[in-house]
Design a protein around this ligand. Structure first.
Ligand code: DGL
Length: 280
């Protein structure tokens, strides 16, 4: 029988892309899913635009050459909002990026006040300003940038307590800002943050809609690849930091990943097999 599964590479700086991966895996489409994390460079939100524009296309080009995906999902707002054009130019396959969910947030708010939680890079990007001007020009958007929340999500998926002070600080930054008491929708514009949705909702002073881009990306991917119905197959995961990867392998193993690799530093980005947590 012909293998109809479409092979997809999901990419992020760390475990954040797993929030997108989960939505893709739950979409009922016959994808074959690989994952790559540039965790040696985490957090992307504190890197310069130039650094990301150089590194992300080079890394993805190398991975695509080795794994031959039929599409790449850049499951990282910080990379997508600055380097998507360069990634598309470097690869000859469809590239799906994540953009801050400003449009659905603007449609969902009843108070007209939206919270925007992203990395320090994404929160101030021209791309983000343009989205707000285009889709939320008549709304009040209160922004807060946090790199500490990225680390808190990494900690949670390692099995450690997420740093409560990062969560408190982010919630205070949104709801404590002028007009913040009226926020009823929060756009989670970093793929790490849906992994902390329960903690964020618990810390918020009022019930809100917590909006992320995962399901929209899964729909977009199914459309772009004309994917057939079927169960997803989960395959390989690769990491630029072997030590960082070993700490969070359980989060990957529970999602069905069974083949782990280390990605060498630039320029080779060569893949070598990584021993599992249970084997070291
Ligand atoms: N998960 C990424 C995002 O969506 C970035 C996290 C980081 O700063 O590395 O923006």
């Amino acid at each position: 029988m012909v293998n109809a599964a479409k092979r997809v590479l999901v990419f992020d700086s760390g475990v954040g892309g797993l929030s997108v991966f989960d939505a893709i895996a739950a979409s009922g489409k016959a994808f074959e899913l690989d994952y790559a994390a540039d965790n040696a460079w985490l957090p992307y939100g504190l890197k310069t635009d130039e650094q990301l524009r150089d590194r992300v296309p080079a890394l993805l080009t190398r991975l695509a050459a080795q794994w031959a995906p039929e599409a790449v999902v850049v499951a990282c707002n910080t990379a997508s909002t600055i380097a998507l054009e360069q990634v598309r130019a470097a690869l000859n396959i469809p590239v799906v990026g994540v953009v801050p969910p400003i449009k659905p947030a603007a449609a969902a708010t009843r108070t007209g006040v939206i919270g925007l939680l992203a990395t320090p890079a994404t929160v101030q990007r021209a791309y983000t300003n343009d989205l707000i001007a285009q889709f939320a020009g008549d709304k009040r958007v209160i922004r807060f940038g946090s790199a500490a929340l990225v680390e808190a999500a990494e900690r949670k998926l390692r099995g450690d307590d997420p740093d409560q002070s990062a969560i408190t600080e982010a919630i205070g930054g949104l709801f404590g800002a002028p007009g913040g008491a009226e926020i009823d929708v929060v756009a989670l514009a970093c793929t790490h943050f849906p992994l902390l949705a329960a903690e964020l909702a618990d810390a918020a002073p009022r019930p809100c809609v917590w909006m992320d881009s995962g399901e929209a990306i899964a729909r977009r991917l199914a459309h772009v690849l004309i994917a057939e119905e079927g169960a997803p197959r989960v395959r390989r995961a690769a990491f630029t930091s072997g030590d960082g990867a070993r700490a969070s392998l359980r989060a990957f193993e529970t999602r069905g990943f069974s083949d782990f690799s280390h990605i060498a530093e630039a320029p080779s980005f060569a893949l070598t097999s990584l021993a599992r947590a249970s084997q070291v």
